[in-house]
Design a protein around this ligand. Structure first.
Ligand SMILES: [Zn+2]
Length: 398
């Protein structure tokens, strides 16, 4: 536990209410708020007032950095366990499992932002593929109430072996076929609060676009409003009524989701992720944080609750054009001339090494000379997007 807390603290800003907290033997509550893909330097009182206030009035760990520049699951494995990636084995959003994962679409490199895929991998590795204790599992072992709410994948990781039996899990898949089940207590409380038992879809925010069609121009507002309502109208009041300390993780897909899918910058570098859609994604996450703080105030929990805000990684805009990559010299149906195709690195390596290329997402079929590898079945949009922009560590992070 001590190691976990130490590592987490290194990448966070924290607001600790109450001057006597260090002397107070009573355990304090914790909200860990993760704005996915947020660049620390973009936070100002104008762009993200709730985050700026916590940074400016609380403790700011200004030299923090992600453990892996680009990937949510790699960093969430660290945030959820306090361990480096060499311990968790989660070096990316797709990992090589050494067996064919059926729920991931019959591939040995499953995309793991998926509750069913995480369960499948756990099943194949003695029930716990991370093989490290997670933060929420430890917290509930110490008598805390626990909940993880937010983006599918990193959210479940905080208590993935429990799968909703003790820790409340609400993510994109809640109420769906692959979702973690809700307890009867949660179903009743949601119904009483007038909230549906299934998370709404991302709607237009999920529109990734392609080389010819711009992506979305709206942030992930509706889906995250549901999650924020679940947290503030159901989970926090429930935790208060239990009269026990709690840990709540809120993993906001925005701004990452809006930055990946932004329709502001089709095949151009500017405005890139500084366009209005990305900025709306930052504000959307900030609004969720403000709503959580307001609920703490209204429930009388502010004085006993610490809030930590930490992004998982930063973000940057990249060009997909190349004058030198051999993969960009081939014509593909779905890729503009001189642009890098899906799987460009694999193509270039195969050419440099004069070796054949096989596609794990196409039942290990050989990739033809004028073709490129496919995205994984379960994650086509995501994989395509991850090539359009990647994220990088930032010197300062919130
Ligand atoms: Zn992320």
């Amino acid at each position: 536990m001590r190691r976990a807390i130490t590592l987490l603290s290194a990448s966070m800003i924290a607001l600790t209410a109450g001057a006597a907290s260090a002397q107070n033997a009573k355990p304090r509550n914790l909200i860990l708020f993760v704005p996915d893909g947020l660049r620390g330097g973009i936070v100002t009182p104008e762009t993200a007032p709730a985050m700026a206030e916590i940074r400016d009035k609380g403790v700011h760990f200004k030299n923090s950095h992600s453990l892996f520049p680009t990937f949510t699951m790699a960093n969430s494995s660290a945030l959820s366990t306090g361990h480096y990636l060499g311990d968790t084995g989660t070096f990316s959003n797709t990992i090589y499992t050494g067996y064919t994962s059926v729920p991931a679409g019959d591939t040995v490199v499953p995309f793991i932002e998926n509750d069913a895929v995480l369960a499948d991998i756990d099943d194949h590795f003695s029930g716990d593929y991370l093989n490290e204790e997670t933060l929420l599992k430890m917290a509930r072992g110490q008598g805390f109430s626990t909940a993880a709410i937010g983006k599918v994948g990193p959210t479940l990781l905080f208590d993935h072996t429990d799968r909703g039996k003790n820790t409340i899990v609400v993510d994109d898949s809640t109420g769906g076929k692959t979702g973690v089940p809700l307890s009867d207590e949660m179903k009743e409380a949601l119904t009483k609060a007038g909230l549906p038992l299934a998370t709404p879809s991302r709607g237009d925010n999920a529109k990734a676009g392609d080389a010819k069609t711009p992506g979305t121009t709206v942030a992930n507002v509706a889906q995250q409003a549901y999650m924020a309502d679940v947290a503030t109208k159901v989970v926090l009041p429930m935790f208060k009524a239990r009269n026990k300390p709690f840990v709540l993780v809120f993993w906001s897909r925005d701004p990452d989701g809006s930055q990946h899918n932004t329709g502001d910058s089709l095949n151009t570098i500017t405005p890139g992720i500084n366009g209005p859609t990305s900025m709306a994604g930052i504000k959307n996450a900030d609004n969720n944080l403000a709503q959580l703080r307001k609920a703490l105030d209204e429930l009388g929990l502010s004085a006993t609750t610490n809030i930590m805000v930490s992004s998982d990684h930063g973000f940057s805009t990249i060009s997909k054009e190349s004058k030198t990559s051999p993969s960009a010299k081939i014509a593909y149906d779905d890729t503009p001339k001189d642009f890098l195709p899906m799987g460009f690195l694999a193509i270039d390596l195969a050419k440099a090494l004069n070796l054949p290329l096989f596609d794990p997402n196409d039942k290990n079929a050989k990739v033809a000379d004028n073709a490129h590898p496919r995205p994984a079945t379960a994650c086509s949009a995501r994989t395509r997007r991850s090539l359009m922009s990647w994220s990088r560590p930032t010197a300062a992070r919130t």
